[in-house]
Write a protein that binds this ligand. Sequence first.
Ligand SMILES: [Zn+2]
Length: 103
Amino acid sequence: MLLILTMGHFTSSKQPDNPVSLQKIETMIKMMTCKQLGGACDLEFKAETFEEIAALSRAHAQKMIQQKDKVHGEAMQKMQQLMKSPESMKIWMENKRRAFDAL
Ligand SMILES: [Zn+2]
């Protein structure tokens, strides 16, 4: 008997209305093309961070090269030239990151 009374007490407590919690959280999805990221086509990548978009473009380029895509192969060769110099690679990455941040 005592248990039932206690439970009745708890169920009577009302949940507060909170419309703020129903609001959609805004996320910043940015878009860059394969070409903008040193690739060769106009495929669009969407991501929230530069690291994410760079990984997407890398995965895409690798897939295209596996399929013996000529233009992506050439773009990759250019990137490999660039990677021979850590300094110019760093500058390249910084430029791309800045372009991404400016979107
Ligand atoms: Zn591409």
